[in-house]
Ligand binder design. Structure first.
Ligand code: GSH
Length: 227
């Protein structure tokens, strides 16, 4: 028996990716199951798993259900205290928790304007003032963590904070968002992760295009390996 994780389409489901990385970055075994967001069967698929109304959801080894990315992260960091899901140092740990909470609750303008899409990048996206404000906040928060830790991840080695900010890195790459050299280097660290590359390849192989994520009239371009 092992954990079971219900995900949506890998190309699009940013919260599923966060949930997945909470396992993959720390070598915690998990079996993936799939639901199709924006399909008529989605609600029934999540219900059949025992979830709430969204993905990701996790069934633990004893059948307990975690139905939100934050509760998944919280549960795993308690269940695997030696796997480094959170930094050991008290101050760094508190800041990682701050960043995770802020990602879970915030950055709405960026998330709404730039849906995660690992199938394609978009040319000539013009960020609104609200998106620029989110980017400025990211520069401050992630920049401070990277400066303090020395990188390459937010707290040196990968933590749940990187799992939570990975979809933001993908959005920065996919929409060509203007960021500092420091943030660009961090985006490249995330894009190069084997877990991200495998996730993207699997999504490209099996997901169908979902029209909701089409950014027309913006033109498509190849999703970058690095920025
Ligand atoms: N707060 C939730 C958000 C999950 C979420 O919104 N997931 C999206 C996919 S990325 C979803 O399931 N959308 C379908 C729906 O809500 O009907 C979490 O952190 O897990």
């Amino acid at each position: 028996m092992t954990y079971r994780l219900l995900i949506g389409q890998r190309s699009y489901s940013s919260w599923s990716l966060r949930g997945y990385l909470c396992f993959a970055l720390f070598d915690i075994p998990v079996t993936l199951e799939e639901a199709v967001i924006y399909s008529p069967d989605f609600a029934a698929q999540v219900r059949a798993f025992g979830g709430g109304s969204s993905v990701p959801a996790v069934a633990t080894e004893n059948g307990t259900i975690l139905r939100d990315s934050l509760s998944i992260a919280w549960h795993l960091s308690e269940a695997f205290p030696r796997h480094g899901l959170l930094p050991r140092d008290d101050a760094a740990r508190a800041e990682a928790q701050n960043l995770i909470a802020e990602m879970h609750a915030g950055f709405g303008a960026l998330r709404n304007a730039c849906p995660m899409n690992l199938r394609t990048a978009w040319a000539d996206f013009v960020p609104s003032d609200a998106v620029m404000a989110d980017l400025a906040c990211l520069e401050a928060r992630l920049g401070a963590a990277l400066e303090k830790s020395g990188g390459p991840f937010l707290f040196g080695a990968p933590t749940v904070a990187d799992a939570f900010y990975a979809p933001v890195a993908i959005r920065i790459a996919g929409y060509g968002l203007p960021v500092s050299a420091r943030l660009r280097a961090y985006v490249n660290v995330i894009l190069a992760l084997p877990a991200i590359q495998e996730w993207r390849e699997a999504g490209l192989a099996q997901d169908e295009e979902v029209s909701v994520y089409d950014m027309a009239p913006l033109e498509r371009r190849r999703f970058p390996q690095q920025i």
